[in-house]
Design a protein around this ligand. Sequence first.
Ligand code: CDP
Length: 224
Amino acid sequence: MIVAIDGPAGAGKSSVARGLAARLGIGYLDTGAMYRALTLLAARRDVDPDDGASLASLARDHPVTFLDSSAGRRVCVDGEDVTDAIRAPEISASVSVVATHRDVRAVMVSAQRRALSSGDWVVEGRDIGSNVCPGADVKIFLTASDRERARRRRGELAAWGIVGDESEVLGDLRWRDRLDSEREQDPLVVPEDAVVIDSTALPLDEVVATIARVVGDMTAAARE
Ligand code: CDP
């Protein structure tokens, strides 16, 4: 079973996907972390975010892996734990440029499909229901108002010790949303058959419970 969760930046996809995967006892794949890890690698090696061919070969040579530890899910590249480093504001500022390239996306999408080819998964990103897993059993499009998304993202950044002005955070989210929605290759769209959930006024556990209900209904219908 595949549960695909797409949506704009800061809508709460990661927390919801993690909570849902734990509740259902299935795997969790954060595809955004893969684009972020590549962006970090490129920054460290001075690879231009506009150079799609070099970025794609970097992605091919340095696959992103995920590790479960007592500190939770860790994101690793070349054996290094980059979980915190990929959340830095300078990575957020260029990740959507890195993610526009056709060649980069081809490498990422095939790695994602490989990872998802067996077992049951909750997978989150921008193009999961529309492109990575068009046959997903359940498709969710998770959104929230701009202000709420900025408020949540500011809180997350504060927890990592990064102080951000709310209007600055909102500017970053809107800029990324525009790049993600307007790019030619695999843009952020609401998949045709997705259930749209506006989480502006919904606490995390209610969003998780709502999606779990959709999954339960789908499983029951499949049994009939
Ligand atoms: O956590 P946040 O919503 O800020 O973003 P993320 O899920 O970590 O994704 C970071 C960026 O990676 C997005 O803004 C997209 O540019 C890109 N991305 C993508 O293009 N396709 C995906 N399936 C996932 C992420």
